[in-house]
Design a protein around this ligand. Sequence first.
Ligand SMILES: [Zn+2]
Length: 124
Amino acid sequence: MSMRDTDRALVQAATAVAKLRCRSDRHTVAAAARTAAGRVFTGVNVHHVTGGPCAEVVVIGAAATQGETELETIVAVGDRGRDVLTPCGPCQQVLRDYFPSIRVIVGPADALRAVPVAELLPGE
Ligand SMILES: [Zn+2]
């Protein structure tokens, strides 16, 4: 599935948060998600040995806090220039359960694509 301008903007938003806010071992991934209306939410992971939440889950909570319970597209970007990351298995499951039709941006920087969450393969 091809990338829209709004998808590229979402990657830029997550990249900016990763650069600005992921500066320690506690916060190493940033995520950004967009609603169908174009509202964007961002968040960072909360790393902890007890299993702190991934950035994607933090974004879902941030959106819900603002009353948004439908997300259309999401992307995660790693710190230290790690570019776009595919959501981990548990996050893929959360995304699938919460937003069955959400699009997830994946792939290398020069070949990003937005795919339906149902088409993501575990471990991709
Ligand atoms: Zn995850």
